[in-house]
Design a protein around this ligand. Sequence first.
Ligand code: FAD
Length: 457
Amino acid sequence: MSNLTKSRISFDNLSKNFEEVDPGLTNQEAVEEANRCLYCYDAPCITACPTGIDIPTFIKKIASGNLKGSAKTIMMENAVGASCARVCPTEELCEGACVLNHSTTPIMIGNLQRYATDWAIKNEQILFKPGKKNGKSVAIVGGGPAGLAAARELGLLGYAVTIFEAEEQAGGLNTYGIVSFRLPQAISFWEVNQVESLDVEIRTNTAVGKDISVEEVLENYDIVILTTGMSSVPNLGIDGEDLDGVYDAIEFVKETKTKPITNQLLGKKVVVIGAGNTAIDGATCSVRLGAENVKILYRRTIEEMTAYDFEYEFAKQDGVEFRWLTTPTKIIGDDKGRVTGIECIKMELGEPEADGRRRPVPIEGSEFTLEVDAVIKAIGQSRYVNLIEQFGLDHKGGVVQVNSETFQTSNDKVFACGDVIFGKNQGEAMVVSAAQQGKETAYAIHKKLFSHVSPTV
Ligand code: FAD
């Protein structure tokens, strides 16, 4: 493990490791940074933000000490703007487009966004008021970023909105999936609270298709929006997956956000299978739970890895090792049913597949075994096919098919956005894109129901 990791990770008090890593900007740092902004006319950072936040304006408001105004500017465009300040790949979006990249360093837009929204959270601000009721009702199935963003917009437009949320708390992966040392639950809860303050009803512990039927939801509302995201990590399809010590990465991270931190991995050797967001979060959580060695195994190379650069750097700083072109073939256990090792094979890249990425092919005779105590599966997420079919919606392998402008599904009354439409060359699995799609879905619904009243939305 690297010295850096040793210095920032405590093995005496593991729960401390789950406190937020980045302390955020001080008042002085924030004002100095805000004053560096050139307030460009036609600012490229606005165009690069999927939700179109007026970045120069919110930064100017920080410089002039108007923090409530700044937070309002952010949250007006992005209902989960406080979470996005922490989890967006800013170097690929707003900061990547900053004109100062050409001369010096880009403005720390993410950190400034966090500074303004943190102020609003700390000062318990409620930023918006519900719109005048317009007599129409919308059911939203799933209270993650997409559902919350749609609900927020519809609340402002005067709709009676009910969110059905299967979990005990709303917020989706912001609440349960993204590790607390990058995104504490309190941030997500504040955003949920902002939405509730617009008279949006959130029925938690209510899974549609289980606790309430799909028919009842379809019957009782004018419009339904499906924002259920994606489901659990699929099986690897190899022997040994039922052994004690094999985890689903999403469940694994969720436990660290909802249950007391345990020392179950203290001194253990862990491998994580996959190299996306979930794999990085599973690996960095393992380090914080005291694992002695954490390896990410990926069947392709760094070029094809779907984790963001900042996540990759973060994992490396935590001492996580990466084994490229490596795939597991069998998980080995002892007579008590506990994981003791994993058999792997080396891969090479062959011809490109349909998605353009080169197909990994096993190299005969390259098999080897690693001694491990835990295996974390992080090879993507499966889909809620059953629920989608209960709604009778067209889908491709669980990816709900929508009109790309209106987010309308094959059922006139049902719209869908967020991760539930991600995949098969459609959508993008990011908090910020889920938020934007939720917003656009709300506008499309308003246009559909009220265009005869007011042609402009
Ligand atoms: P979700 O956030 O999944 O929310 C869906 C909601 O629907 C959940 O609350 C769920 O409980 C609920 N639901 C499901 N079924 C039902 C039902 N039948 N009835 C009622 N409710 C239901 N993106 C980034 O931009 N940056 C990151 O750093 C990042 N890190 C990530 C790390 C991990 C581990 C994972 C898994 C994802 C990460 N992502 C990240 C992706 C991002 O979290 C998602 O793209 C985003 O949360 C999608 O929002 P959503 O609202 O569509 O779905």
